[in-house]
Design a protein around this ligand. Sequence first.
Ligand code: SF4
Ligand code: SF4
Length: 223
Amino acid sequence: MKNMRPIEWNERIRFECCGCGACCRNVHQSVPLESLDVYRLTKFLKEGDSAITCVEDVLATYAEEVLLATCGYVTYVLKTTGDEQACIFLKDNRCMIQPVKPKACRTYPLSAEPLGSGGFRFHISTEYPHHFEAGIIFKARDWMKRYFTEEERAATAIDYRELPEIVRLLNQVPEDGLPAAVFCFLQYKYYKFDLERPFLEQYESNHKELLSALRKILERLCY
Ligand code: SF4
Ligand code: SF4
């Protein structure tokens, strides 16, 4: 998202989407897939595509890795296609995964930045001025309440609670241990989910297992 400005929770905004698809183009490496996005997307795609059976299939087909920090902190983003670098799920200006599109797409043009206190600071993208000339009127808080679900808020809280320790441990891993550390990181962040079980309890326990696995790697290589 470009041209971001902070927005108060009770600020009133007018917004209209005419379905031009512009926000789904020129999005190379910029549509993040959070763990819950991938979990939902996999469940959705499995229903209609026999080639998709698991998280591995979804990530291999529709996502690419991006290294966020040299310590090995990796995330996934949606692939893009063509000269316009359009999202891989954009067809005829329509999103093909509308019911399960990633959080970043659902909350657009708003985004939520977690605060240490457990709350969030909201921002709005003003890159397309035509958005604000007509349409529904909403308050930032109500928009985010609708599109940033309780489950996502809880997952974000886990992320922010565990992130400092994960990064601290990754930073200590020597170079020859990085492939194993990144493998563990991706396993517990994205892959090790039973799609028949609720997401949050698995996300919580995966973080504990990730921290334990990183400590074991460090013990093996450094002590
Ligand atoms: S949100 Fe805006 S840029 Fe995106 S499709 Fe709607 S009108 Fe176009
Ligand atoms: S997932 Fe859908 S809404 Fe999000 S960028 Fe892709 S086509 Fe657009």
